[in-house]
Design a protein around this ligand. Structure first.
Ligand SMILES: [Zn+2]
Length: 332
């Protein structure tokens, strides 16, 4: 984005936030300590705890029901309203994040991708990291068939391997689930590694999801079955992907599911590659979902579309950086 459009963007947000008090939705993925985190999705328990203590002291953290009430009824939010969400369903959400949320009395919503719950398989971007970035020895080149097209990548040096990892990340996030699965199978064969994942990267078990669903300060939501960019799928495929995670979670938890977040969830204005589109919103409405979040910068007002609400990604920020970001989120 150019300098001028950035300024216009900031001014538009500033004006909207002056007209009405905004609410901010925060997006987390993992709370744990990892040796390597190339996607920067991990917040350490120490930083997370400090962030929560700050939210509890200086902000008005709403739980899922309260947030839904304001969105559904188009009511202005209380001063300094914050909504805390987690994507994907990593086991550390239950073991490391939940105890800290309970300790600091901060509620959060956990969106679950269902296909790899209760398995020892990793989500594909973690698997890609496991195969490419943790191997002692890899072949010098990687030739891989992606949806009928042959691609060749250099894996001869550490720099080349890293570039290949980021290149494949970009390509695969816009592929359909069956294509991703076929590529991963080729990568297992090529590297000689098995499909079995690392305990450090596992998702929750069903017992953990159930315990989370019954826990104080936690609410469960859906995040598709296999985590595709739904904007790359037909309407029917989107309906099935989103609907399957909803149906599975309702079966396990025994409660209606009304929350959903788009995988990846970025809002792109240009090009044909989309993380979500008008059909996604239509599918969510048809499935009876009531509060749907995306992943782009912005604040929530009473006039915001409840089927594509903005969320702000939180990084592993120490307290002073988090405080500064929070002040800015409410201003621009
Ligand atoms: Zn996700």
């Amino acid at each position: 984005m150019g300098n001028l459009s950035q300024k216009i963007f900031a001014v538009a947000h500033y004006v909207a936030n002056k007209v009405q008090r905004p609410a901010v939705i925060l997006l987390y993925h993992r709370v744990t300590t990892l040796e390597r985190d190339p996607q920067e999705l991990v917040v350490t328990p120490a930083n997370f705890r400090a962030q929560l203590a700050h939210l509890a002291a200086d902000y008005n953290v709403l739980d899922a029901d309260q947030f839904l009430y304001h969105v559904k009824n188009k009511k202005a939010f209380p001063e300094r309203s914050v909504f805390v969400t987690f994507d994907d369903g990593y086991a550390d959400n239950y073991h490391e994040a939940l105890p800290l949320l309970q300790q600091e009395q901060v509620p959060a919503l956990f969106y679950i991708t269902t296909s790899k719950i209760n398995t020892n398989f990793e989500l594909w971007w973690d698997d890609l990291e496991r195969i490419l970035l943790t191997a002692d020895q890899l072949p010098l080149t990687l030739t891989v068939d992606i949806d009928g097209k042959k691609w060749e990548y250099n894996t001869g040096t550490l720099t080349a391997i890293r570039e290949t990892y980021y290149a494949l990340q970009q390509v695969l996030r816009f592929c359909k689930p069956a294509v991703i699965e076929a590529v991963m199978q080729q990568l297992y064969d090529w590297s000689g590694k098995s499909a079995t994942g690392r305990p450090s990267h596992r998702l929750m078990t069903w017992e953990e999801v159930k315990a989370m669903g019954n826990a104080d300060y936690a609410t469960i939501g859906c995040h598709t079955h296999r985590h595709p960019a739904v904007g790359m799928l037909s309407y029917e495929e989107q309906y099935t992907e989103i609907g399957m995670s909803k149906e599975i979670l309702e079966g396990v938890l025994g409660t209606p599911q009304v929350h959903f977040s788009y995988p990846f969830g970025g809002r792109k204005f240009l090009g044909t590659k989309r993380y979500y589109n008008a059909d996604s919103i239509k599918a969510c409405k048809a499935l009876g979902l009531q509060l749907v979040t995306a992943n782009y910068y912005g604040q929530v007002h009473s006039w915001s579309n409840p089927y594509a609400l903005p969320r702000i990604l939180v990084r592993d920020w120490p307290l002073d950086v988090f405080q500064a970001h929070m002040r800015q989120f409410f201003k621009y």
